[in-house]
Write a protein that binds this ligand. Structure first.
Ligand SMILES: Cc1ncc(COP(=O)(O)O)c(C=O)c1O
Ligand SMILES: [Zn+2]
Length: 440
């Protein structure tokens, strides 16, 4: 009897060894059995012309599983979903007007609304739904993850739905809201007395001690395969890929996944070049920017991708982005370089000003990590990074629901009064000039 052709396999990026299934991958403890490398590509036996059909199909996707044929899951019955991944790309002309008025640049600017993603309102929801489904399919009942916050909340939510127990290791500065969310689904929180690097270390020891699978970080194939679908969604919704992609940067699953999504649609008649990646770090934790700047100033000398600083216990107002030891720098820097992009820093003390502006102009309350991406757009304008006529897509990665602590800072119109004499009718237009002035 011939063996049925399997839907997919994994291929080691280092030595080309084939790992036949996610089950085998888990059995090998998420490492290449030949060389120990953790970065693999998932390859599908199906003709990639079928991706084109999915991108161009008339039916509006119900979730990320619209792309089921190109996800490492065998049986649809294992799907765990909340309708994530069907979020809109929206044109926000406020940014275009600003660029034209103050920099004489004509840009086309859109945002990708992960803040309204079903699940936990972040761009970690697609990753967690695919991971929960794959883990369920493979009979996994215990799982562990180290996280600065959002990935933990999303995993806690989706794994709970799949009946999988989760241990989450968070750093001591992780937001209380994330801790509460993880806990509310009945998943265990281990808040470590130290930074994200320590959370990762203890999580790895826990995984080793109990032989419990640990989420594979930024190159985890479940996360990458889920997030690659954003490229296909942009094509489905707008018929094009942006010239420039702006995202807040922590470990960099975003660009890794975009690269994968684009590699899979080669030869189908879509654009094949990477968008220029403008990756933005918060000023309180920006080791990748430091590594990038140094390399750029020296003309990208031999070995530059291995030369980056490590910040122990970074102090940042954006704990979600607090990757002080960016082990993925060689991968991310390579992609940014290939894309002719930049890694830049946004002054995190201006985050609330960004949030005020967006809530005022668009009625959308964006979360702290999203303000870094939007702030990065303004910073990139200042640095002259955009080119005339480019289309720009900004990833609004999370909603303000993710950070109730942030909400307090949204108060700026209150007047304290004793009598009616203190109360005069407001004119909201008065605020507009002041809000924009912060970015000129
Ligand atoms: C809202 C948001 N934006 C951006 C990031 C950074 O994502 P990455 O660097 O993994 O692509 C995160 C990571 O936690 C996030 O939660
Ligand atoms: Zn290998």
């Amino acid at each position: 009897m011939t063996k049925p052709i399997s839907k997919y396999h994994l291929r080691c990026r280092e030595c080309d060894t084939i790992i036949e299934s996610m089950n085998a991958w888990f059995t090998h403890f998420q490492k290449c059995p030949s060389c120990g490398n953790k970065w693999v590509d998932v390859e599908y036996s199906r003709d990639n012309l079928d991706i084109k059909k999915l991108i161009e199909s008339e039916t509006k996707p119900a979730s990320v599983f619209h792309y089921f044929d190109f996800l490492p899951l065998d049986d649809r019955k294992n799907i765990v979903t909340r309708g994530e991944g069907t979020i809109p790309v929206q044109r926000w002309t406020i940014f275009e007007d600003f660029a034209r008025e103050h920099y004489g640049l004509n840009l086309k600017v859109s945002v990708y609304r992960n803040d309204i993603n079903d699940g936990t309102n972040t761009f970690k929801d697609v990753a967690a739904s695919v991971a929960a489904s794959v883990l369920k399919e493979n009979g996994v009942t215990q799982y562990a993850v180290a996280s600065t916050g959002n990935i933990a909340s999303a995993f806690a939510h989706y794994l709970a739905e799949a009946g999988i127990s989760l241990a989450v290791f968070i750093p001591n500065d992780a937001l209380r809201a994330n801790e509460a969310e993880i806990s509310s689904y009945g998943q265990r929180v281990f808040r470590v007395n130290g930074d994200y690097a320590l959370a990762k270390k203890i999580a790895a020891e826990y995984s080793e001690k109990y032989k419990i699978l640990l989420s594979g970080g930024n190159v985890d194939p479940m996360r990458v395969e889920a997030k690659k679908t954003m490229v296909w969604e942009w094509l489905r919704q707008t018929g094009e890929l942006p010239d420039v992609y702006v995202q807040a940067l922590s470990g960099g699953t975003g660009p890794i996944a975009i690269d994968k999504g684009i590699r899979e649609i080669k030869g189908l008649g879509y654009p094949e070049k990477l968008p220029r990646f403008i990756m933005v770090q918060p000023s309180g934790c920006d080791p990748m920017t430091a590594g990038w700047k140094k390399a750029k100033a020296a003309g990208f000398p031999e070995g530059w991708k291995k030369d980056y600083p490590i910040y122990d216990n970074p102090i940042t107002l954006i704990p979600t982005l607090a990757t002080g030891n960016p082990a993925t720098f060689p991968i991310i820097a390579d992609l940014v370089h290939k894309s002719k992009g930049e890694i830049i820093t946004f002054n995190e003390h201006k985050c609330l000003e960004v949030a005020h502006l967006i809530a005022y102009e668009k009625g959308v309350k964006i979360g702290p990590a999203s303000t870094i991406a939007v702030g990065g757009f303004f910073e990139a304008l200042k640095q002259g990074i955009f080119k005339e006529g480019e289309s720009v897509l900004i990833n609004i990665g999370e909603s303000m629901n993710r950070a109730p602590e942030f909400v307090d800072g949204m108060i700026y119109t209150t007047k304290y009064v004793d009598t009616i004499d203190d109360c005069t009718p407001p004119n909201r237009e008065e605020y507009r000039e002041k809000l924009w002035a912060k970015f000129k």
